[in-house]
Design a protein around this ligand. Structure first.
Ligand SMILES: C[S@@+](CC[C@H](N)C(=O)[O-])C[C@H]1O[C@@H](n2cnc3c(N)ncnc32)[C@H](O)[C@@H]1O
Length: 282
């Protein structure tokens, strides 16, 4: 079967396949996610969070210091502890027990307090205690979810009135491209139709090693669907930006433009967005 083949699949089945995949990536990511940098320097932040705090500063001039922040799909916690170092009181949410165990261990090793909640992000409101000034999710999130209306409803319900929602992720137009092509060639579906796309990849996006459960089932979501889900949940969109670099190497055509940051070479760079950033207020 070709990579990215469309597959009609029940959400529960897709979710189980993806959970097995994420569980098997945790040991590899613990080696490759740059934890030693966070250990070595008590002021170090992940590069993802450093960029996200910059993007948020327009609406949070004093940063996240003293704010209650819920991090959805927190993975092994490198971004969550970075947000805590920036002064937030953090709650990390993920459906992977191994990822949360790693996040909790990293936080206690770094002397950071956090609350860790194991649940499907689509059930986050019921699983998480309290409400938040900021709900944050970044880089590698919504392709794992089949229902963005339900996702956005969780976000809205987790936020206090006036609270901010922040997401930065890979641009859906990028995900339509052939990752093996030299140039910008479309290969995959851009629009959502309820079906997932099956991928089988024994390597992961950072570091080496073999992923024991290599199958994933991911859902394309056009940008309009993301924006309309957020609006539909009652949030006010404050800002929508598109970027031309990416914190992972999407295709071999990309070149490293800064430490861990990738982009297409010119003249391709101006022709396709690689990320979107959306900020909304409840
Ligand atoms: C790319 S990672 C998180 C992004 C973060 N930028 C990072 O790299 O640390 C994606 C995370 O989403 C989690 N995830 C995937 N589907 C989920 C779901 N339905 N509910 C909760 N977590 C989910 C995975 O376990 C994984 O930790």
């Amino acid at each position: 079967m070709p990579q990215g083949a469309d597959e009609p699949v029940r959400w529960e089945d897709a979710r189980a396949v993806n959970l097995a995949n994420w569980e098997s990536r945790v040991p590899l990511h613990l080696e490759a996610y740059g934890l030693d940098r966070l250990r070595a320097d008590p002021d170090a932040l992940s590069s993802v969070v450093a960029a996200d705090l910059e993007a948020l500063s327009r609406f949070l001039p004093d940063g996240v210091r003293g704010l209650d922040l819920c991090h959805l799909q927190c993975h092994i916690g490198t971004d969550t502890v970075s947000l805590a170092r920036a002064g937030a009181r953090v709650t990390g949410v993920d459906f992977s027990p191994s990822a949360l165990e790693a996040a909790q261990a990293l936080a206690s090793e770094l002397g950071i307090r956090g609350v860790w909640v194991e649940c499907d992000v689509l059930d986050a409101r019921a699983a998480v205690t309290g409400d938040f000034d900021v709900v944050y999710t970044s880089i590698g999130t919504i392709t794992w979810l089949h229902d963005l209306d339900r996702w956005a409803a969780q976000v809205a319900a987790l936020l206090r009135p006036g609270g901010l929602f922040y997401i930065r992720d890979g641009h859906p137009a990028l995900y339509g491209l052939d990752e093996d092509a030299e140039g910008l060639v479309t290969r995959y579906r851009y629009f959502a139709d309820g079906r997932a796309q099956r991928w089988v990849e024994t390597s992961t996006y950072v570091g080496g090693g073999t992923v024991a459960s290599p199958d994933t089932l991911e859902y394309p979501h056009p940008l309009s669907e993301v924006v309309n889900a957020v609006i539909g949940a009652g949030l006010t969109v404050l800002r929508l930006d598109e970027g031309d670099t990416l914190p992972w190497r999407f295709s071999n055509a990309m070149v490293e433009v800064a430490d861990g940051e990738w982009a297409f070479p010119e003249p391709m760079r101006d022709r396709i967005p690689t990320t979107f950033t959306l900020i909304a207020r409840r």
